[in-house]
Write a protein that binds this ligand. Structure first.
Ligand code: NAD
Ligand code: ZN
Length: 359
């Protein structure tokens, strides 16, 4: 399967399937970069680096850099270290970075590619479910000690090669993290998909590299439509933040490693559904939604000890919050997201009852 992301300036392909490494090999044969620099993390490198290297034409020089796992990769230190590495390895404007890993490696590598010599090409070889979201759309970046993703650039890959067999080694927790973004897409997309998702995934054992193909394609198609409308996040792209306002606050409050991005987003979705029910009349039962996600292994109770006032302040300092009030993505109905400014007192009240209810 191939999905084309059509931007104003250019179009690039996202290959998805079980044989995608062939396409990667062909791409490299055709494009013949002067040198390839693979960026990966410790886990992915030890599990899958050999498989990737096998399909790289031996006539193309290559080097590789192994970053620490998770958010530890997205630091200024690692970023600076990679640029030093790139200079020492004499990468030039015709060289190619390969982001080989999850969203963290993708964001880091994309930002290195965006800034090295004012920008050189890169490709994404995602190895997590979550990376279906992060590898499309051109957002790249690293974290600052004062906040996540505060340093970054828009820089689109030349192509994305999503080879599903890599997912087979992914821990269940990471499946859940990525699946939360698919749940998100299924709520904001006009082509309603949530019912089908609820029918085909009943238990965490249903998470496997075959079942996930259709949902991932759906997630990428949803993101594609929105990104093509709004490359630089001035309008509809904000809808992709459904569940993310509280989600980011939870990630910041708990600290990375305590909760995954998707676990936090999932809880943010439950809360956004609740707000949507308060302001509009959407037909989603919180009870049955919670039951479904619990069967898939999500644990929403991990946040029950948190302080609503601190969470509210976190939401207000999110870089996407305009000065003053918080703007939420809510649903007028399923498939119809809207932006809604919500006053602090309403948020505080609903957050308090939300935290009390999920105990
Ligand atoms: P990640 O890269 O940290 O991967 C999660 C974990 O899975 C890591 O420990 C990694 O080593 C491990 N892993 C990766 N592939 C594996 C495999 N095949 N088998 C076994 N283990 C494997 O993170 P993620 O969850 O993929 O993505 C989260 C990151 O993505 C965050 O930094 C977030 O900010 C970013 N993100 C970016 C965008 C964007 O538009 N740029 C969108 C969403 C999220
Ligand atoms: Zn997200």
């Amino acid at each position: 399967e191939k999905i084309s992301i059509q931007l104003k300036s250019r179009t690039y392909p996202v290959y998805i399937g079980n044989q995608v490494l062939y396409e990667l090999s062909e791409f490299l044969q055709t494009n013949r970069p002067s040198k390839i620099c693979i960026i990966s993390d410790e886990t992915v490198a030890s599990l899958h680096m050999n498989t990737l290297i096998e399909v790289i034409p031996s006539s193309i020089p290559r080097c590789q850099y192994v970053a620490p796992i998770g958010e530890k990769a997205k630091t200024m230190d690692v970023y600076a270290d990679i640029l030093t590495f790139a200079i020492d390895e004499r990468l030039d404007r015709h060289s190619l970075f390969i982001a080989f890993g999850g969203g963290a490696v993708g964001d880091l590598t994309g930002f290195c590619a965006a800034t090295y010599m004012r920008g050189i090409p890169f490709i994404q070889v995602p190895t997590t479910v979550l990376a279906h979201d992060s590898s499309v759309g051109g957002k790249t970046g690293i974290n600052h000690s004062k906040g996540k993703n505060l340093i970054g650039a828009f820089h689109h890959p030349e192509a994305v090669f999503y080879h599903f067999p890599f997912l087979q080694t992914l821990p269940k927790r990471e499946w859940r993290s990525g699946f939360a973004e698919i749940i998100k897409a299924s709520f904001i997309s006009e082509t309603s998909y949530i019912d089908e998702l609820q029918r085909s995934f009943l238990h965490e054992d249903d998470f496997n590299s075959e079942n996930i193909v259709r949902p991932v394609i759906f997630g990428i198609e949803t993101k594609k439509r929105i990104v093509e409308m709004d490359e630089r996040e001035q309008g509809p792209r904000a809808f992709l933040n459904f569940g993310h306002t509280l989600g980011h606050a939870l990630e910041n409050e708990l600290g990375y490693g305590k909760i995954t991005h998707g676990e936090a987003v999932l809880i943010g979705i439950v809360y956004a559904l609740r707000l949507s029910r308060r302001f509009y009349s959407i037909a989603v039962s919180e009870g049955s939604f919670l039951k479904w996600v619990e069967n898939l292994g999500y644990d929403v109770t991990t946040i029950r000890h948190l302080d609503p006032v601190r969470l509210l302040n976190r939401m207000k300092t999110d870089k996407k919050a305009k000065s003053g009030t918080c703007t939420f993505v809510l649903l007028e109905k399923i498939g119809k997201p809207v932006l809604k400014e919500i006053d602090d007192d309403v948020l505080l009240e609903t957050l308090s009852t939300f935290l009390a209810d999920i105990r």
